[in-house]
Ligand binder design. Sequence first.
Ligand code: RET
Length: 275
Amino acid sequence: MVNIESLFTYTVGQYEAIDHLLSMGVGAHFAALVFFFLTSRFVAPRYRTATALSCIVMVSAGTILYGQSGLWETAFTYNPVSGVYEPAQATFSNGFRYVNWMVTIPCLLTQLLIVLNIRGADLFRTATLLILLAWGMIITGYIGQLYEVDDLSTLMIWGAISTVFFIGMNWIVGTRIFRAVPDMPVTAASPMRKVFWLMMFAWTLYPLAYGIPYFEASATGVVIRQAFFTVADVSSKVIYGLMITYIAIQRSAAEGFEPAMQVTDLLPQRGTVAS
Ligand code: RET
């Protein structure tokens, strides 16, 4: 199915802005992958799965963005006569993103529960509930975006149904975070609260991008949409993953895990004399 991206022609500036945003997204995710891989040894085994999940998210999202950037380049060709990029043979689609979220969102939610120290049956129950809500949100959103060119009211109805799942999921995430914060070491509690607000900001950009065909169906709207997607991707996966790993290291240090104590300066440096 066609997305509004394939309906317009783009100035060189608009075309390149989107091309660069998509490539920047690829670079950010693969760079962060190296960071998560290298820092996982500072995280206690108890929390290390959280960092491992970030690695999975980086590979999955980096790969899909690489595909999106290649697709953008084949979906439009430059016309030297008019001086603009025009739709070519391939059809650009944001649908790949939605399918990718089926994998990445469960990883993002589970890593959150792990650093909140939710374990055992509670972890299984809460993760299952959150993942089902997320999948409900994604599937209904995926169906809705198929209508963005032909039928805006159907787009908005599916968007509204998807938002019900979204609100339910955020409600559970918020209650679990704010319930766990009082029992966390102070060094981890403050970044944990910030993670909640980061999620609210970054995750809300996705429905805004979804609604662009309704509010601004034009080449400018497409640039705004791809900018929203990129900011949302880097915030909800890369920055979020960095904060989750930071929290995991702080918790590890507070619980006496030596490599974490070394990087957080809780252990005296070798060779220094305590007075
Ligand atoms: C949709 C459809 C319209 C309504 C809502 C949506 C929410 C999407 C969200 C996506 C989050 C994606 C993440 C990806 C990480 O890899 C499906 C656009 C509410 C919240 C975090």
